[in-house]
Structures are given as structure tokens and as C-alpha cells.
Design a protein around this ligand. Structure first.
Ligand SMILES: Cc1ncc(C[n+]2csc(CCOP(=O)(O)OP(=O)(O)O)c2C)c(N)n1
Length: 320
């Protein structure tokens, strides 16, 4: 499976979002049922991931964080190889040695997943510099959370990218939570996009649970970067509907807040819009859901069948 290209039709975007949702929920279920390593799921954030990734072209590069499954799957990653990676199997994207937290996929332009919060911000600036110096096509897209926006390297990275005029789309997925701490406890500012202007960077904020809106604003931002060669900060306002990682019972979350964001779940929202506008029938939606589920069944079978790496491969593909 290679890089996935999108025309931007709602059904394509929904298909990608369904695949991500089923992948995330299945990995969570596997953790609960059979002790497969827990991942940081981004259930509820599918529109933010698909909206941005669907707007990329094949030259663009992605750096992401610990909540990366949606970015990879939207880019066209094989869910079987992703799950095999989570399970430490040889068939995984990194031969089972990275797990979900450090997964990369060169063939998809996914440079790295950083589990150091904000680590990808500093590294993206370096990748952007290399793109510029080598005169390579391709915008560098850097996904990070609102927690990372509280780190010093967020400002250092934006400042350098502005000074050096680097082709980077910084995408802050503001899912309101930073592990077990609410965003309101760590920042006074209610807007992360607002941090761009003091660095001389253009920005936008968008409803991150509306995939069409995210795609539209990401497309505009990418077009602007391709013309100007300058960075852009996009804030997608969304919500993490499951826990920080699996298992996590979310006992620290205000039930009213969770309920209000469940009402804004990006999947039913897109499905309702497509039904209303006659772009799909109820039976068509059922088929799409079943198709995504089948793909995940196949992925689980592939991952479970994939062997563990041989002991003599312990020191290959590692730095030291
Ligand atoms: C430098 C660093 N500090 C702390 C942690 C532990 N940690 C992992 S995820 C996380 C929360 C990050 O929040 P945010 O950036 O908003 O991303 P989200 O998890 O909400 O997607 C923390 C504190 C870490 N991995 N790296």
C-alpha cells in the first residue's frame, strides 16, 4: 500500500475516518482482552487527521506524535503492518522494534513519531531546513498537541522556521487534554493559533471535528506555503473521546464535558450531512462501516500471524 491520494469527496474522507475509528477501537479492545500493548488512541480526532492528510501531495513529509495512528492510516498505511508494529512483530513498519510510539514509514513520507512531547516540533524545523537547502519539493507537516504548545521548543521552532522561512505546516491538534491535565490548567490563552502572530507566522483555527472544514483550511494553508515557502500554524479544535492511553477509565474527566463533545463526534456528523444531502443512503453507510470492519479483521489476522523478530536481528536497524 502506498501513499493514498484523495479527490476530497465526502465518501473518501468518511471511509478513511471509519478505518481509523475501527483500528483505534480494535487496538483498545485487544489491549483489554489479550494484553496487546496499549496505544494512545485519537478516537474523536479522526476529522482533524483526515482533513489535513487528505490535502497533502505525494512529496509532503509528516512528523507526528504519540497519537499518530490516524495520520498514518489517512496517509495510506496498511493497518495490518501498523498493528503488527504495535504487537512487536516482524511484519510491522519498523520490523516490530518501534511499537506505536516511534513508528515511521519512509515509503509514506512519515519521517517519525516522537514520544517526547514537542520533540517533533524541533525535528520538523530541521527537516524543513533540509527540504529548503536541498531544494526539494514537499511541505513538512508537523502534528503536535496543545500540551506540546506549552513547551519552550514550540516557540523556538516557530521562531526559527519564520527566520529561515521554512516550508512547514505546524498542526496543533488541540484535543483539550494533556494526559490527565486539562488545557485550562496549563495555559491562560484560549487560542493556540494566536501564538503564531508574534513570530510573524500566518495562522488559522478550525473546527477540528468538521472534516470538510479542516480539509479546506489545510488546502489553503498548504497552497500558501507552496507559494511563499514560509511556515503556517493551523489549530484544529477537537476532543479526545477515549483516555490518554489504554487502559484509562477517564475518571478525571467531567462527564458533562465528555457528553457535550460526544454530540460533536466527527463521524456521525459527517454521516448525517451526507445522508441529508443525498450523497449516501443508510444502506450505503452500513456497507462502508462493514467494509472498514472487515479491513481491520484482516489486519488483526495479519498481525497475529506475523512472527516476532529473530533474536539475531536484535542489533539490526538500531543506532547502538
Ligand atoms: C517531554 C515530555 N514530557 C512529558 C511526557 C509525558 N506525556 C506523554 S503524552 C503527554 C501529554 C501531551 O499532551 P498533548 O501534547 O496535548 O498531546 P495529547 O496527548 O493530548 O494528544 C505527556 C505529558 C513526555 N512524553 N515527554
Amino acid at each position: 500500500m502506498g501513499i493514498r491520494r484523495y479527490e476530497g469527496r465526502p465518501d473518501e474522507l468518511l471511509q478513511a475516518m471509519l478505518l481509523i475509528r475501527h483500528y483505534e477501537e480494535r487496538t483498545a479492545a485487544l489491549q483489554a482482552e489479550s494484553g496487546v500493548p496499549g496505544t494512545c488512541t485519537a478516537v474523536g480526532q479522526e476529522a482533524a487527521a483526515v482533513g489535513v492528510v487528505s490535502a497533502l501531495d505525494e512529496h509532503d513529509l509528516i512528523l507526528t506524535n504519540h497519537r499518530s495512528a490516524g495520520h498514518l492510516l489517512a496517509r495510506g498505511a496498511d493497518p495490518g503492518r501498523m498493528l503488527a508494529e504495535v504487537m512487536g512483530r516482524r511484519g510491522g513498519y519498523c520490523g516490530g522494534k518501534s511499537g506505536s510510539l516511534h513508528i515511521s514509514a519512509k515509503e509514506l513520507g512519515v519521517v517519525l513519531t516522537s514520544t517526547i512531547v514537542g520533540g517533533e516540533l524541533a525535528l520538523a524545523t530541521g527537516v524543513g531546513l533540509s527540504q529548503k537547502m536541498l531544494r526539494r519539493q514537499g511541505v513538512v507537516v508537523c502534528f503536535f498537541g496543545d500540551g506540546a504548545a506549552c513547551e519552550g521548543r514550540f516557540h523556538e521552532s516557530l521562531n526559527l522556521a519564520a527566520v529561515w522561512q521554512l516550508p512547514i505546516l505546524y498542526v496543533c491538534e488541540n484535543n483539550q487534554w494533556q494526559a490527565f491535565v486539562h488545557r485550562r490548567e496549563t495555559m491562560v490563552n484560549d487560542s493556540i493559533a494566536a501564538f503564531a502572530a508574534p513570530h510573524g507566522i500566518d495562522s488559522a483555527a478550525v473546527d477540528g471535528n468538521d472534516v470538510m472544514a479542516v480539509r479546506a483550511v489545510a488546502t489553503e494553508a498548504l497552497d500558501a506555503i507552496r507559494v511563499s515557502g514560509r511556515p503556517f500554524l493551523l489549530e484544529t479544535r477537537t476532543y479526545r473521546l477515549r483516555g490518554h492511553f489504554e487502559p484509562d477509565d477517564q475518571s478525571y474527566v467531567d462527564p458533562a464535558e465528555l457528553a457535550s463533545w460526544r454530540q460533536r463526534d466527527p463521524l456521525p456528523r459527517l454521516q448525517a450531512r451526507m445522508l441529508e444531502s443525498g450523497q449516501v443512503t443508510a444502506a450505503g453507510l452500513t456497507d462502508m462501516d462493514a467494509d472498514a470492519r472487515r479491513q481491520i479483521d484482516t489486519a488483526v489476522a495479519f498481525a497475529v500471524d506475523s512472527p516476532f523478530p529473530d533474536a539475531d536481528a536484535l542489533l539490526t536497524d538500531v543506532y547502538a
